[in-house]
Design a protein. Structure first.
Length: 310
């Protein structure tokens, strides 16, 4: 039971649920833009600016009340929602660091799946890694993972492509095109574009994209970095003498962080994999997840003190 609710499994579950939500939003018209009708659907309804022809005509003749009404509608129904949308990742970063990347991001989930299969097949986490990790798989088991990898490589990208194209082409139309084998150029372009993107990023780029390219990740990184309250994984320095130097916390970190250093690493996605591994090694591990600056201040003060003593 404990194993069932392990951090690894909870993270898997949260990501699968989030992927389902992402794919279902357009199906239920909760969020999508219909490129045929040029309508934006939000929360099940067509979202308009709510500006009437009468107001438009009156404002052209200089009627101040109508002009003010148009400006107010534009503010409330266009500018404010847009600002709210833009502020989601900075706000998340400010309070939770990069927790979204570690617990919800669908792309991160695909990259970790690719890491897992590459490790099973080659003993390395990515094609760029030099050192192999410990592996005790037989040839038959490797073949099994190879078949799984090939199957997923040819199913996940087109399926995601179909799902994400639903944000621009009506899901009903997509379904009709698929069931009649009559794909429009829009659907073909959507599926090809998304598939190529997933193919290339999952094989060659993976977490480098999370570190250096993804705008959502960079925003969370920046606001998590400047925030005095954001959620972070900390190494309990005061108990460091219990560390067996097994390095499991480092081996498991797919963002290539050395979590024992306890520096405020902006790449950390709060996945808690290091914490879970250390708990396995020691029973009561040396990592904790905390809000705020305290642990870093203490570690900085400790370093300063050590510098003064030398
Ligand atoms: S340091 Fe720990 S919590 Fe942060 S990304 Fe690495 S494994 Fe995950
Ligand atoms: S997993 Fe824990 S015991 Fe092992 S090296 Fe990391 S901090 Fe030390």
């Amino acid at each position: 039971m404990k194993q069932l609710f392990s951090i690894k499994n909870l993270r898997r579950l949260s990501r699968i649920l989030f992927i389902c939500i992402i794919l279902l939003l357009p199906v239920f018209n909760i969020l999508r833009y219909d490129s045929d009708t040029r309508e934006l659907f939000l929360a099940g309804k067509v979202w308009t600016l709510g500006i009437t022809e009468t107001d438009l005509a009156a404002s052209q003749y200089g009627e101040i009340k109508s002009s003010a009404r148009i400006a107010l509608r534009f503010l409330v129904r266009a500018i404010i929602p847009w600002l709210i949308l833009l502020s989601i990742f900075p706000v998340l970063g400010f309070f939770f660091g990069r927790t979204f990347c570690g617990w919800l991001c669908p792309e991160g989930a695909l990259f970790e799946l690719a890491d897992f299969l590459t490790r099973k097949l080659t003993g390395k986490t990515s094609i760029w890694q030099r050192e192999k990790m410990r592996s005790s798989l037989s040839k038959g088991q490797r073949l099994f993972y190879l078949i799984i990898m090939v199957f997923l490589l040819f199913t996940i990208p087109p399926l995601m492509g179909i799902g994400l194209t639903g944000y621009f082409i009506s899901p009903a139309r997509i379904w009709h095109e698929l069931t009649t084998f009559n794909l429009s150029s829009g659907l073909k372009a959507g599926v090809t574009g998304v598939s190529l993107y997933i193919f290339i990023t999952s094989i060659f780029i993976r977490h480098l994209l999370c570190k250096y390219i993804c705008a959502a990740g960079l925003m969370q990184m920046l606001f998590g970095w400047i925030s005095p309250v954001s959620l972070r994984v900390r190494f309990l320095k005061e108990e460091a003498n219990r560390c067996t130097d097994c390095k499991r916390c480092e081996e498991v970190c797919f963002m290539n962080i050395k979590p024992r250093k306890n520096v405020r690493d902006i790449s950390c996605v709060n996945c808690m994999a290091c914490l879970e591994q250390c708990n396995k090694e020691l029973g009561r591990g040396l990592f904790s997840l905390q809000f705020g600056e305290k642990a870093y201040q203490e570690s900085r003060e400790m370093k300063k003190l050590q510098g003064q003593l030398q």
